[in-house]
Design a protein. Sequence first.
Length: 416
Amino acid sequence: MRTVIVGAGVVGLATAYELLKAGHEVTVLERDTYGQGPSLGNAALVTGVLSFPVPAPGTVGTAARSILSGDQAITVRPRVELGFLTFLARMAWATAKANFALGTVAQDLLTTMVLDDYAEYVADGLVFERHEGGSMHVFDSRASFEAGLAVFDDFPSIKSRITVLDGAEAVHAVDPNLAPELSYGYLAPGDLQVEPASLMRALVEAIAARGGQLIEHATVIDFVTEAGEVTAVATTNGVYDADQVVIAAGVASRGLAAKLGCSLPVYSGGGYSIDVHFDDEAAKPRCSVLTDGSHIAVTPLDWGLRASSGMIIGQPAPTVNAKAAAKLLDDVKATYPGVPLDGAQPAWAGLRPMSADGVPVVGLVPGWGNAYLATGHAMLGLTYAPSTAKVLRSLMEGTAPAAYAMLSPKRFRWGR
């Protein structure tokens, strides 16, 4: 089986590795060089808990306020384009309580696979930076803490994966370096820290060792089709015959899907991160931390920590201004007063693929028998990469559970 994968971010590379294990002949095409998209600056958190899509109840108000203030947790960059306006309308629809619940159930199909899939990577002998520190969501008031916990009330299976930390003593027993006013939280003890560049290097090495090809600087020009199937992918670097095609190109997947007649509601969700290098192990966070007040994520890594923030829907280019970068560092200092910030590196920015309902898009392109989409992972591309690969393999092998239809692009009722 000749499988061509378009996109060499973490999702495309994980898919290549999984399909090579299944006996496919795999070629990965990348318009730039591998791993340089949003995968690179990911928050470095792999979670088996956060199944809740970004378009949650209350998101519409937050997004609307952002147009004026620009400083909300979710920010919208308005653009006069029918596809984008329709995308926003679908996102608003997804925030209804029943639709949010449906999206959470769909996303949890992937989440429940995550930790086992990463354990399999380790068992396979992949070598990458990985820590088992867990993650903690922290709050500075009882009201926000109770509101945060209430999200779990309708999802008891997800709630069973967290430990509630009711009070400063419980929170600071997990991480004594946190600011004292952070007095409430919940812990996801099974969550991991994974440095994404090291994982992608390990996947590239494993792909090469199994005979896979990675072709860089190969921009897709078009797809060669016949009788409802894609038979080849034409690029600036040649034409590649295919029995199966996977489009895993992040935000660019929308344009590639359009070549196959599919209007895919996936747009950019801009985010940014800053790495802070320091050697004082005692000052490092003890786990990954997500803050409710400042909406940042902080993850300890071998060389210090990574702090990340931002969900800028519709951002046209991967940029972060000096004010936002400075605020992120201020928020890190407020969360971890003892962390030295003199080793802060230049800010990184990326455009994450956001689907209209916030749920990853994994499945056949509507109207085609052998072309698949794997995109729309928002902030969780690193988390869901191995699980997405497993779903794609099961779809190709005809062994996929019926529930995987919840991830299919057909849910948008658009296509050829």
